[in-house]
Design a protein around this ligand. Sequence first.
Ligand SMILES: Nc1ncnc2c1ncn2[C@@H]1O[C@H](COP(=O)(O)OP(=O)(O)OP(=O)(O)O)[C@@H](O)[C@H]1O
Ligand SMILES: Nc1nc2c(ncn2[C@@H]2O[C@H](COP(=O)(O)O)[C@@H](O)[C@H]2O)c(=O)[nH]1
Length: 298
Amino acid sequence: MPDVDRTAASRAAVAARRARAEVKRRLRSGEASPLRVLEQARVPETPAASLRVTDFLLSFPAIGQVKLSRILEELSISERKRLGGLGRQQRERLEGFVRERVGAEAAGTRPPLTVLAGPTAVGKGTVATYIREHYPEVSLSVSATTRAPRPGEVDGTHYFFTSDEQFDRMLAAGELLEWATVHNKYRYGTPRGPVQEASERGELVLLEIDLQGARQVRASMPDARLVFLAPPSWDELVNRLVGRGTEDSEERARRLETAKVELAAADEFDEIIINDEVPRAAARLIDIMRGTPRSANG
Ligand SMILES: Nc1ncnc2c1ncn2[C@@H]1O[C@H](COP(=O)(O)OP(=O)(O)OP(=O)(O)O)[C@@H](O)[C@H]1O
Ligand SMILES: Nc1nc2c(ncn2[C@@H]2O[C@H](COP(=O)(O)O)[C@@H](O)[C@H]2O)c(=O)[nH]1
Protein backbone atom coordinates (compact mmCIF):
# COMPACT_ATOMS: atom_id res chain seq x y z
CA MET A 1 0.00 0.00 0.00
CA PRO A 2 1.40 3.47 -0.87
CA ASP A 3 2.33 5.63 2.13
CA VAL A 4 -0.44 8.16 1.43
CA ASP A 5 -3.10 5.39 1.49
CA ARG A 6 -1.61 3.85 4.65
CA THR A 7 -1.79 7.21 6.44
CA ALA A 8 -5.40 7.72 5.33
CA ALA A 9 -6.31 4.19 6.49
CA SER A 10 -4.73 4.66 9.89
CA ARG A 11 -6.48 8.04 10.28
CA ALA A 12 -9.78 6.36 9.46
CA ALA A 13 -9.05 3.61 11.99
CA VAL A 14 -8.30 6.19 14.70
CA ALA A 15 -11.49 8.09 13.86
CA ALA A 16 -13.53 4.87 14.01
CA ARG A 17 -12.00 3.98 17.41
CA ARG A 18 -12.84 7.44 18.73
CA ALA A 19 -16.40 7.21 17.43
CA ARG A 20 -16.82 3.80 19.13
CA ALA A 21 -15.41 5.19 22.38
CA GLU A 22 -17.94 8.02 22.17
CA VAL A 23 -20.83 5.54 21.74
CA LYS A 24 -19.57 3.64 24.79
CA ARG A 25 -19.32 6.83 26.82
CA ARG A 26 -22.84 7.91 25.84
CA LEU A 27 -24.20 4.48 26.73
CA ARG A 28 -22.48 4.46 30.12
CA SER A 29 -23.61 7.98 30.98
CA GLY A 30 -27.19 7.21 29.96
CA GLU A 31 -27.14 9.84 27.18
CA ALA A 32 -27.69 7.14 24.57
CA SER A 33 -30.50 4.61 24.78
CA PRO A 34 -29.25 1.02 24.32
CA LEU A 35 -32.25 0.24 22.12
CA ARG A 36 -31.44 3.23 19.90
CA VAL A 37 -27.82 2.06 19.62
CA LEU A 38 -29.05 -1.39 18.58
CA GLU A 39 -31.22 0.27 15.96
CA GLN A 40 -28.27 2.34 14.65
CA ALA A 41 -26.15 -0.81 14.49
CA ARG A 42 -28.39 -2.15 11.74
CA VAL A 43 -26.77 0.40 9.42
CA PRO A 44 -23.41 -0.94 8.21
CA GLU A 45 -20.23 1.08 8.85
CA THR A 46 -21.76 3.15 11.68
CA PRO A 47 -19.83 3.42 14.99
CA ALA A 48 -22.69 1.48 16.65
CA ALA A 49 -22.33 -1.37 14.13
CA SER A 50 -18.63 -1.69 14.89
CA LEU A 51 -19.16 -1.75 18.68
CA ARG A 52 -18.36 -5.10 20.30
CA VAL A 53 -21.31 -6.83 21.96
CA THR A 54 -19.13 -7.17 25.08
CA ASP A 55 -18.59 -3.38 25.30
CA PHE A 56 -22.29 -2.83 24.69
CA LEU A 57 -23.34 -5.14 27.53
CA LEU A 58 -20.65 -3.89 29.92
CA SER A 59 -22.17 -0.41 29.61
CA PHE A 60 -25.12 -1.61 31.74
CA PRO A 61 -24.50 -0.67 35.39
CA ALA A 62 -25.26 -4.11 36.82
CA ILE A 63 -23.25 -6.13 34.30
CA GLY A 64 -19.65 -7.08 35.08
CA GLN A 65 -17.33 -9.68 33.57
CA VAL A 66 -18.88 -12.69 35.33
CA LYS A 67 -22.44 -11.81 34.38
CA LEU A 68 -21.30 -10.88 30.90
CA SER A 69 -20.06 -14.42 30.15
CA ARG A 70 -23.27 -15.96 31.45
CA ILE A 71 -25.45 -13.56 29.46
CA LEU A 72 -23.50 -14.16 26.24
CA GLU A 73 -23.81 -17.90 26.77
CA GLU A 74 -27.55 -17.59 27.35
CA LEU A 75 -27.93 -15.48 24.23
CA SER A 76 -25.61 -17.80 22.22
CA ILE A 77 -23.47 -14.88 21.07
CA SER A 78 -19.69 -15.10 20.78
CA GLU A 79 -17.69 -12.51 22.71
CA ARG A 80 -15.91 -11.59 19.48
CA LYS A 81 -19.10 -10.40 17.77
CA ARG A 82 -19.80 -6.78 16.93
CA LEU A 83 -23.33 -5.38 17.00
CA GLY A 84 -23.39 -5.02 13.23
CA GLY A 85 -22.28 -8.61 12.72
CA LEU A 86 -25.09 -10.32 14.61
CA GLY A 87 -27.39 -12.73 12.84
CA ARG A 88 -31.11 -11.99 12.86
CA GLN A 89 -31.91 -14.37 15.72
CA GLN A 90 -28.96 -13.19 17.79
CA ARG A 91 -30.05 -9.57 17.32
CA GLU A 92 -33.61 -10.44 18.34
CA ARG A 93 -32.40 -12.26 21.46
CA LEU A 94 -30.17 -9.33 22.40
CA GLU A 95 -33.01 -6.87 21.79
CA GLY A 96 -35.34 -8.93 23.98
CA PHE A 97 -32.74 -8.94 26.75
CA VAL A 98 -32.27 -5.16 26.50
CA ARG A 99 -36.01 -4.44 26.39
CA GLU A 100 -36.54 -6.39 29.57
CA ARG A 101 -33.68 -4.65 31.31
CA VAL A 102 -34.49 -1.15 30.11
CA GLY A 103 -38.19 -1.70 30.87
CA ALA A 104 -37.47 -2.32 34.54
CA GLU A 105 -35.07 0.62 34.75
CA ALA A 106 -37.35 3.02 32.88
CA ALA A 107 -40.30 2.15 35.04
CA GLY A 108 -38.07 3.11 37.95
CA THR A 109 -39.57 0.27 39.92
CA ARG A 110 -37.46 -2.27 41.70
CA PRO A 111 -38.85 -5.71 41.08
CA PRO A 112 -39.99 -7.10 44.41
CA LEU A 113 -37.75 -9.63 46.03
CA THR A 114 -38.89 -13.26 45.75
CA VAL A 115 -38.66 -15.91 48.45
CA LEU A 116 -38.64 -19.60 47.58
CA ALA A 117 -39.49 -21.89 50.48
CA GLY A 118 -40.83 -25.39 50.89
CA PRO A 119 -40.22 -28.62 52.77
CA THR A 120 -36.89 -30.38 52.99
CA ALA A 121 -35.78 -32.23 49.84
CA VAL A 122 -38.60 -30.84 47.70
CA GLY A 123 -35.88 -29.53 45.39
CA LYS A 124 -35.44 -25.86 46.38
CA GLY A 125 -31.65 -26.08 46.03
CA THR A 126 -31.94 -27.96 42.74
CA VAL A 127 -34.35 -25.40 41.27
CA ALA A 128 -32.16 -22.55 42.57
CA THR A 129 -29.07 -24.11 40.96
CA TYR A 130 -30.96 -24.51 37.67
CA ILE A 131 -31.89 -20.83 37.82
CA ARG A 132 -28.29 -19.84 38.57
CA GLU A 133 -27.17 -21.76 35.48
CA HIS A 134 -29.96 -20.80 33.07
CA TYR A 135 -31.18 -17.36 34.13
CA PRO A 136 -28.11 -15.17 34.72
CA GLU A 137 -30.25 -12.09 35.23
CA VAL A 138 -31.35 -13.45 38.61
CA SER A 139 -29.31 -12.64 41.73
CA LEU A 140 -29.41 -15.58 44.10
CA SER A 141 -28.77 -14.67 47.69
CA VAL A 142 -26.01 -16.73 49.32
CA SER A 143 -26.95 -17.52 52.93
CA ALA A 144 -24.71 -17.82 55.93
CA THR A 145 -24.99 -21.08 57.86
CA THR A 146 -23.41 -22.71 60.88
CA ARG A 147 -23.74 -26.20 59.36
CA ALA A 148 -20.71 -27.89 57.81
CA PRO A 149 -20.38 -28.08 54.02
CA ARG A 150 -21.65 -31.20 52.25
CA PRO A 151 -19.35 -32.81 49.71
CA GLY A 152 -19.18 -30.58 46.65
CA GLU A 153 -20.52 -27.47 48.39
CA VAL A 154 -18.35 -24.41 47.86
CA ASP A 155 -17.96 -21.62 50.44
CA GLY A 156 -19.31 -18.39 48.99
CA THR A 157 -21.28 -20.14 46.24
CA HIS A 158 -23.68 -22.47 48.04
CA TYR A 159 -23.36 -20.92 51.49
CA PHE A 160 -21.02 -18.83 53.57
CA PHE A 161 -20.01 -21.48 56.09
CA THR A 162 -19.52 -19.70 59.39
CA SER A 163 -18.72 -20.60 62.97
CA ASP A 164 -21.26 -19.94 65.75
CA GLU A 165 -19.16 -16.96 66.84
CA GLN A 166 -19.11 -15.46 63.34
CA PHE A 167 -22.87 -15.93 63.06
CA ASP A 168 -23.35 -14.21 66.44
CA ARG A 169 -21.24 -11.29 65.22
CA MET A 170 -23.29 -10.93 62.02
CA LEU A 171 -26.49 -10.95 64.08
CA ALA A 172 -25.20 -8.37 66.55
CA ALA A 173 -24.10 -6.09 63.71
CA GLY A 174 -27.58 -6.25 62.13
CA GLU A 175 -26.09 -7.78 59.00
CA LEU A 176 -28.85 -10.36 58.51
CA LEU A 177 -32.11 -9.60 56.76
CA GLU A 178 -33.67 -12.66 58.38
CA TRP A 179 -32.40 -15.75 60.15
CA ALA A 180 -33.64 -18.94 61.76
CA THR A 181 -32.57 -22.12 63.48
CA VAL A 182 -33.74 -24.68 60.94
CA HIS A 183 -34.76 -28.25 61.80
CA ASN A 184 -33.91 -27.33 65.42
CA LYS A 185 -30.24 -27.65 64.61
CA TYR A 186 -28.17 -25.14 62.67
CA ARG A 187 -28.61 -21.43 62.11
CA TYR A 188 -29.10 -19.96 58.64
CA GLY A 189 -29.44 -16.30 57.65
CA THR A 190 -29.59 -13.98 54.64
CA PRO A 191 -26.80 -11.35 54.48
CA ARG A 192 -28.56 -8.02 54.06
CA GLY A 193 -25.92 -6.08 52.05
CA PRO A 194 -25.81 -8.09 48.81
CA VAL A 195 -29.62 -8.32 48.66
CA GLN A 196 -29.98 -4.56 49.09
CA GLU A 197 -27.32 -3.82 46.50
CA ALA A 198 -28.84 -6.16 43.90
CA SER A 199 -32.33 -4.69 44.52
CA GLU A 200 -30.97 -1.17 44.11
CA ARG A 201 -29.52 -2.19 40.76
CA GLY A 202 -33.03 -3.31 39.74
CA GLU A 203 -32.09 -6.99 39.59
CA LEU A 204 -34.45 -9.88 40.21
CA VAL A 205 -33.47 -11.21 43.63
CA LEU A 206 -34.23 -14.72 44.89
CA LEU A 207 -33.92 -15.97 48.47
CA GLU A 208 -34.09 -19.73 49.03
CA ILE A 209 -34.95 -19.98 52.73
CA ASP A 210 -37.15 -21.81 55.25
CA LEU A 211 -40.68 -21.02 56.41
CA GLN A 212 -39.60 -19.04 59.49
CA GLY A 213 -37.37 -16.85 57.33
CA ALA A 214 -40.14 -16.41 54.74
CA ARG A 215 -42.46 -15.14 57.48
CA GLN A 216 -39.82 -12.66 58.68
CA VAL A 217 -39.36 -11.34 55.14
CA ARG A 218 -43.13 -10.96 54.75
CA ALA A 219 -43.25 -8.94 57.98
CA SER A 220 -40.37 -6.62 57.09
CA MET A 221 -40.97 -6.41 53.31
CA PRO A 222 -44.68 -6.73 52.59
CA ASP A 223 -44.08 -6.36 48.84
CA ALA A 224 -41.95 -9.50 48.69
CA ARG A 225 -43.39 -12.40 46.70
CA LEU A 226 -43.55 -15.65 48.62
CA VAL A 227 -43.44 -18.81 46.54
CA PHE A 228 -43.96 -22.27 48.00
CA LEU A 229 -42.33 -25.22 46.25
CA ALA A 230 -44.43 -28.33 46.84
CA PRO A 231 -43.70 -32.00 46.11
CA PRO A 232 -45.91 -34.04 43.75
CA SER A 233 -46.72 -36.28 46.78
CA TRP A 234 -45.54 -37.06 50.32
CA ASP A 235 -44.01 -40.37 49.17
CA GLU A 236 -42.02 -38.59 46.47
CA LEU A 237 -40.74 -36.13 49.07
CA VAL A 238 -39.52 -38.98 51.28
CA ASN A 239 -37.94 -40.68 48.24
CA ARG A 240 -36.06 -37.49 47.35
CA LEU A 241 -34.80 -37.07 50.91
CA VAL A 242 -33.67 -40.69 51.15
CA GLY A 243 -32.30 -40.64 47.58
CA ARG A 244 -30.19 -37.56 48.27
CA GLY A 245 -28.38 -39.59 50.91
CA THR A 246 -26.91 -36.62 52.77
CA GLU A 247 -28.61 -37.15 56.16
CA ASP A 248 -28.66 -40.08 58.57
CA SER A 249 -31.99 -41.57 59.62
CA GLU A 250 -32.22 -39.42 62.77
CA GLU A 251 -31.71 -36.20 60.80
CA ARG A 252 -34.14 -37.38 58.10
CA ALA A 253 -36.82 -37.96 60.75
CA ARG A 254 -36.19 -34.48 62.18
CA ARG A 255 -36.48 -32.92 58.71
CA LEU A 256 -39.70 -34.81 57.89
CA GLU A 257 -41.26 -33.52 61.12
CA THR A 258 -40.47 -29.94 60.02
CA ALA A 259 -41.77 -30.79 56.53
CA LYS A 260 -45.25 -31.56 57.91
CA VAL A 261 -45.39 -28.12 59.56
CA GLU A 262 -44.13 -26.44 56.38
CA LEU A 263 -46.63 -28.21 54.09
CA ALA A 264 -49.46 -27.11 56.38
CA ALA A 265 -48.36 -23.49 55.87
CA ALA A 266 -48.45 -23.57 52.05
CA ASP A 267 -51.54 -21.37 51.83
CA GLU A 268 -49.70 -18.47 53.51
CA PHE A 269 -47.76 -18.11 50.26
CA ASP A 270 -48.65 -16.01 47.20
CA GLU A 271 -47.94 -18.84 44.77
CA ILE A 272 -47.49 -22.60 44.91
CA ILE A 273 -45.38 -24.44 42.36
CA ILE A 274 -45.36 -28.24 42.19
CA ASN A 275 -41.80 -29.38 41.56
CA ASP A 276 -42.55 -32.26 39.22
CA GLU A 277 -39.85 -31.35 36.69
CA VAL A 278 -37.04 -28.95 37.53
CA PRO A 279 -36.95 -26.91 34.26
CA ARG A 280 -40.74 -26.45 34.39
CA ALA A 281 -40.72 -25.40 38.05
CA ALA A 282 -37.83 -22.99 37.37
CA ALA A 283 -39.58 -21.47 34.33
CA ARG A 284 -42.75 -20.92 36.37
CA LEU A 285 -40.74 -19.29 39.16
CA ILE A 286 -39.06 -16.99 36.64
CA ASP A 287 -42.47 -16.03 35.19
CA ILE A 288 -43.61 -15.11 38.70
CA MET A 289 -40.44 -13.12 39.36
CA ARG A 290 -40.79 -11.23 36.10
CA GLY A 291 -44.45 -10.60 36.83
CA THR A 292 -45.52 -12.26 33.57
CA PRO A 293 -48.88 -14.01 33.47
CA ARG A 294 -49.21 -17.77 33.92
CA SER A 295 -47.85 -19.46 30.79
CA ALA A 296 -48.17 -22.89 29.24
CA ASN A 297 -45.51 -24.23 31.60
CA GLY A 298 -47.49 -23.18 34.65
N1 LIG B 1 -38.17 -32.34 40.10
C1 LIG B 1 -37.41 -33.30 40.65
N2 LIG B 1 -37.59 -34.60 40.28
C2 LIG B 1 -36.83 -35.56 40.84
N3 LIG B 1 -35.87 -35.36 41.76
C3 LIG B 1 -35.67 -34.09 42.17
C4 LIG B 1 -36.42 -33.00 41.63
N4 LIG B 1 -35.99 -31.86 42.22
C5 LIG B 1 -35.01 -32.22 43.07
N5 LIG B 1 -34.81 -33.55 43.05
C6 LIG B 1 -33.86 -34.32 43.86
O1 LIG B 1 -34.36 -34.29 45.20
C7 LIG B 1 -33.27 -34.25 46.12
C8 LIG B 1 -33.46 -33.07 47.06
O2 LIG B 1 -33.29 -31.87 46.34
P1 LIG B 1 -32.67 -30.56 47.02
O3 LIG B 1 -31.44 -30.92 47.79
O4 LIG B 1 -32.57 -29.56 45.94
O5 LIG B 1 -33.83 -30.21 48.04
P2 LIG B 1 -34.01 -28.94 49.03
O6 LIG B 1 -35.42 -28.55 48.97
O7 LIG B 1 -33.00 -27.90 48.72
O8 LIG B 1 -33.68 -29.63 50.40
P3 LIG B 1 -33.25 -29.01 51.85
O9 LIG B 1 -34.29 -28.05 52.27
O10 LIG B 1 -33.20 -30.22 52.71
O11 LIG B 1 -31.91 -28.37 51.64
C9 LIG B 1 -32.00 -34.18 45.31
O12 LIG B 1 -31.43 -35.48 45.24
C10 LIG B 1 -32.48 -33.72 43.93
O13 LIG B 1 -31.65 -34.21 42.92
N1 LIG C 1 -34.34 -18.87 57.26
C1 LIG C 1 -33.39 -19.27 56.44
N2 LIG C 1 -33.38 -20.54 55.98
C2 LIG C 1 -32.44 -20.90 55.12
C3 LIG C 1 -31.45 -20.02 54.69
N3 LIG C 1 -30.63 -20.68 53.84
C4 LIG C 1 -31.10 -21.90 53.73
N4 LIG C 1 -32.19 -22.06 54.49
C5 LIG C 1 -33.02 -23.25 54.64
O1 LIG C 1 -32.39 -24.19 55.49
C6 LIG C 1 -32.90 -25.48 55.20
C7 LIG C 1 -31.83 -26.52 55.23
O2 LIG C 1 -30.90 -26.30 54.24
P1 LIG C 1 -29.72 -27.36 53.97
O3 LIG C 1 -28.90 -26.69 52.88
O4 LIG C 1 -29.01 -27.57 55.24
O5 LIG C 1 -30.40 -28.63 53.50
C8 LIG C 1 -33.60 -25.37 53.84
O6 LIG C 1 -35.00 -25.37 54.09
C9 LIG C 1 -33.19 -24.03 53.35
O7 LIG C 1 -34.18 -23.41 52.54
C10 LIG C 1 -31.47 -18.68 55.19
O8 LIG C 1 -30.65 -17.82 54.84
N5 LIG C 1 -32.45 -18.36 56.04
